[in-house]
Design a binder for this molecule. Structure first.
Ligand code: PMP
Length: 394
C-alpha cells in the first residue's frame, strides 16, 4: 500500500516503546499524562448523563458547531474565568486535541513555519508536522516562554502562528507570568501574528488565588489582540477525558473554516457527551469538584517536590509547579550521576519506576538531560516509594 507523503513528516512516538513497559507488575509510573480516574465525579456524571437522556436532541445528530445548551454553559464557564464570549463565539470539539487538529488543517500548509515552546506537547508536534509545518522552538524557563527570544524568532521567521501552553504547560509545568502574557499579546498585535493558547490545565492550580488570567481573558486589555487569539479549552483534566469534550474560541472566520473541516471529519462531537457535560456544568457541582481535585493533586505535588529534594539532591534541578500534572526536571550529572534521561529511564524501569525522557518534547534541539514526571496518578505513599526507587536507579 502506498501511503500519503505527509506521513513522512511524522514518526510514531519515541516514547511509545517505553509505554509498553508500563504494564510490568508493581511498577510505579510517573510516565502517563492521564488524570487520576479516582478523581472523576462518577455520581455527578451519572446524574448528568441520566438527565441528558431526557433531552430530545441528546441521541440525535447535532450541529457541527456544538450542542447549543453546552455552548451556552461553556460561555458562562468562560465568563467565570474572565473571558467574555457568546455561545456563538466558540465551537465544541472532540477533546481539545481536535481543536489542535482543526487549527493545523485550517492554517498550516506544507513548509509553513509555526513557533512552539521548547519543550511542548508531543501530540501537537506530531499533529502540526502531519500538515507539513516547519516547527521552530522558542526557549522557556520556569516562567514560561522567554518573550524577548520569542519576539526575535517572530521577526526572523514570520510564522503562520505561535502555539503556547501558558498555564502549567505539558511537559514543562511552567506558568507564564503576567508581564510576559501582556508582552505576548502586544507582540501579536505589533507583528500581526496569530497566537494559539492551549489551556487544558488552567483550572488545576494549587495556590490560594488563581494563576494570572488566560491570554484570552487578557485580550480585553490589549486592543487588537482578540482578533489574533485562538483559545483551546478542555473538560479532560478536571471532569473526564473519556467524555472527549473540548472547545475552541477563535475569530469568526477561523471558526467557520474549522466547522467546515470538522463536518468532514466527525460531523459533530457526540451529542450525548455534550449533553452530559452541559448537564454537569448546569448542576453546579463543578466548583466542588475543582476544589477536591486541586487539593489532592496539590498534596501529591508537594510530596513529589519533597521526595525529589530529599532523595535525589543535586542530581536533578527542577522548579516546583504551581498547578497542572507535571514536574519537569533536568539531570545535572553531579557526583558522576546520569546526564542522559533516556538511558536513566531504562535503569529506572529495572527499579520498577517509570518517567518520560524529555527529548521527544522538543521540536528542535532536544535537551537529553530533561525528563517529565507526572504526580497525578500515584498517591502520596507511592510517590515517596517511586522517588526512592529513582534514587536507587541513580
Ligand atoms: N493539549 C495539551 C497541552 C495536553 O496536555 C492535552 C492532553 N494530554 C491535550 C491538549 C488534549 O487533551 P484533550 O483532547 O483530552 O482535551
Amino acid at each position: 500500500m502506498q501511503f500519503a507523503d505527509r506521513l513522512q513528516n511524522v514518526e510514531t512516538s519515541a516514547i511509545r516503546e517505553l509505554f509498553k513497559l508500563l504494564g510490568t507488575p508493581g511498577i510505579v509510573s510517573f510516565a502517563g499524562g492521564f488524570p487520576d480516574s479516582a478523581m472523576f465525579d462518577v455520581d455527578g456524571i451519572r446524574e448528568a448523563s441520566q438527565r441528558a437522556l431526557d433531552e430530545a436532541g441528546a441521541l440525535q445528530y447535532g450541529a457541527t458547531e456544538g450542542y447549543e445548551p453546552l455552548r451556552s454553559e461553556l460561555s458562562a464557564f468562560m465568563k467565570g474565568k474572565g473571558v467574555d464570549v457568546a455561545p456563538q463565539g466558540l465551537i465544541v470539539t472532540t477533546g481539545s486535541q481536535q481543536a489542535l487538529d482543526l487549527i493545523g488543517k485550517t492554517l498550516i500548509g506544507p513548509g509553513d513555519k509555526v513557533i512552539v515552546e521548547g519543550p511542548t506537547f508531543l501530540a501537537t508536534i506530531q499533529c502540526f508536522r502531519l500538515y507539513g509545518a516547519q516547527l521552530i522552538s522558542a526557549p522557556i524557563d520556569g516562567e514560561g516562554v522567554k518573550t524577548d527570544e520569542l519576539e526575535k524568532l517572530i521577526e526572523e521567521h514570520r510564522p503562520k502562528f505561535v502555539y503556547l501552553i501558558p498555564t502549567f504547560g505539558n511537559p514543562s509545568g511552567a506558568l507564564l507570568n503576567l508581564e510576559r502574557r501582556k508582552k505576548v499579546l502586544e507582540m501579536a498585535v505589533k507583528h500581526n501574528t496569530v497566537i494559539v493558547e492551549d489551556d487544558p490545565y488552567g483550572d488545576l492550580y494549587f495556590t490560594e488565588t488563581p494563576p494570572p488570567p488566560s491570554l484570552m481573558a487578557l485580550t480585553a486589555q490589549v486592543p487588537g489582540s482578540r482578533e489574533l487569539l485562538v483559545h483551546c479549552g478542555s473538560m479532560s483534566k478536571v471532569l473526564s477525558p473519556g467524555l472527549r469534550v473540548g472547545w475552541m474560541i477563535a475569530p469568526p472566520a477561523l471558526l467557520a473554516n474549522a466547522v467546515m473541516c470538522k463536518q468532514f471529519s466527525d460531523a459533530h462531537t457526540s451529542t450525548f457527551a455534550q449533553a452530559t457535560a452541559a448537564q454537569y456544568l448546569k448542576s453546579g457541582r463543578m466548583p466542588a469538584t475543582l476544589a477536591r481535585v486541586r487539593q489532592v493533586y496539590a498534596g501529591r505535588c508537594d510530596a513529589m517536590a519533597d521526595a525529589l529534594k530529599a532523595d535525589l539532591g543535586d542530581a536533578v534541578t527542577f522548579t516546583k509547579p504551581q498547578g497542572g500534572l507535571f514536574f519537569w526536571a533536568r539531570l545535572t550529572g553531579a557526583n558522576g550521576g546520569p546526564t542522559d534521561a533516556s538511558a536513566f529511564a531504562k535503569k529506572a524501569i529495572e527499579q520498577l519506576v517509570a518517567f518520560v525522557p524529555g527529548a521527544p518534547f522538543f521540536a528542535e534541539k532536544p535537551d537529553v538531560a530533561t525528563l517529565r514526571l507526572s504526580f497525578a496518578t500515584a498517591d502520596v505513599a507511592r510517590i515517596k516509594d517511586g522517588i526512592a526507587r529513582l534514587a536507587k536507579a541513580l
